[in-house]
Design a protein around this ligand. Structure first.
Ligand SMILES: Cc1ncc(COP(=O)(O)O)c(C=O)c1O
Length: 372
């Protein structure tokens, strides 16, 4: 199924099963208990930790987006934890990016290592160097947050499989409408839906998806037994957000392309990173494995102060951490200790109409770079 067909079907998945008089919009079912007499039956809801119809409707949409069965989680980290705890055991080796989102590295170093898992990291650039022999699980993030370096998904997932490991791909920065890791060979897809999938900066959520029934069962068992369950309201909110994901994602990517072209060559900007630029080190790979070039742009201004001035000067940029929302946001990642220059800005491009956004961002940049 191609992207447009998937996006169109997503809007009619619920309608196809509706009876006379039922609401087109998904109802919220906040329930811990369900009417359950006699012996439990498979497929009949019994208890909220294992069953919820709102969550099930959300998972049907997520499965359509990803092209494989999906499980919803209360955050991206909860989804990543499920993938790691479901695949690793004492004595196993885990490989992760040294420069991607810091959360999984912290989780692995502070919890998995204590349980006897050996944790190793590698820069995203050159991730395949050194091979994958002996790793039980390999976590991949592409484009990486915040550096926007790329990993060749088809080549790396195949190499991991050949070496006998499980590949886990974090698709947060691209969503299923921009990049399809499972089609490119990933065993497990993980994503933070707090970002573009949720998209309105009002929700924490995440999901996993996999074509392997065995891995799906392990992650579902982990979720049920660890209690890592999204509530009915959050499931409903994400279901509603997914209905406009394709629309929002397209606008965000278009805006980012136009903005990146304007930033390119600006005298105040250095180390501009956007996979859509011909000059970006990841461009050739991006055109092979990404459908759009994403909505994140990284660049460095002369100093910490210039970066702060830029963010503060633009009326169409909200100063905030996280990314993927309808509002354009930006932050200096060095404020969290990421290994980037003090003036490095991660810009998350929103859904504002393109022209006013570009005019406002470039005017703020001129003012900040000029020191005014
Ligand atoms: C690439 C990536 N993966 C996972 C996460 C974790 O997601 P959450 O904050 O929803 O737990 C983040 C959060 O910033 C992220 O950037």
């Amino acid at each position: 199924m191609d992207r447009d067909e998937r996006a169109a079907r997503l809007l009619h998945l619920r309608g196809a099963a509706l009876g006379q008089g039922e609401a087109l919009a998904l109802p919220i079912t906040p329930a811990s208990m369900f009417h359950l007499s006699g012996d439990p039956e498979p497929g009949v809801a019994g208890y909220g930790r294992s069953d919820n119809p709102t969550r099930a409707a959300l998972e049907a949409l997520l499965a359509l987006v990803e092209g494989a069965p999906a499980l919803a989680f209360p955050s991206g980290m909860a989804a990543i934890a499920a993938a790691l705890f479901a695949t690793l055991t004492a004595g196993d080796r885990l490989l992760m990016p040294a420069d991607g989102y810091y959360g999984p590295r912290d989780l692995a170093a502070r919890f998995l290592a204590r349980l006897g898992v050996t944790v190793e990291t590698r820069p995203t650039i050159g991730f395949a160097e050194g091979g994958f022999e002996g790793f039980k699980a390999v976590l991949i993030e592409t484009p990486s947050n915040p550096g926007l370096d790329l990993v060749d998904l088809a080549a790396v997932t195949e190499a991991v499989r050949t070496a006998g490991g499980v590949s886990i791909v974090d698709n947060t920065t691209m969503t299923g409408f921009g990049q399809r890791p499972l089609d490119l060979g990933a065993d497990i897809l993980v994503a933070s839906d707090t970002k573009a999938a949720g998209g309105h900066s009002d929700l924490l959520a995440g999901h996993v998806a996999t074509g392997s029934a065995e891995l799906l069962d392990r992650m579902r068992d982990w979720r049920t037994l660890s209690g890592s369950i999204p509530g009915a309201f959050d499931a409903w909110l994400l279901h509603r957000s997914l209905e406009t994901l394709e629309l929002r994602f397209e606008r965000m990517c278009t805006n980012a392309e136009v903005l990146a072209a304007h930033l390119d060559g600006h005298p105040g900007v250095s180390d501009l990173r956007f996979p859509g630029l011909l000059t970006d080190p990841g461009h050739a790979l991006a055109t092979r494995q990404m459908r759009r070039m994403g909505f994140l742009i990284g660049f460095t201004l002369a100093s910490r102060d210039a970066a702060e001035r830029f963010i503060a000067a633009c009326p169409l940029i909200e100063p905030a951490t996280s990314f993927g929302g309808v509002h354009t946001t930006a932050e200096r990642r060095a404020r969290w200790g990421d290994a980037v220059a003090p003036g490095f800005v991660r810009l998350s491009v929103g859904t504002e109409p393109t022209e006013p956004l570009v005019v406002a961002v470039m005017a703020a940049l001129d003012r900040a770079a000029g020191g005014g």
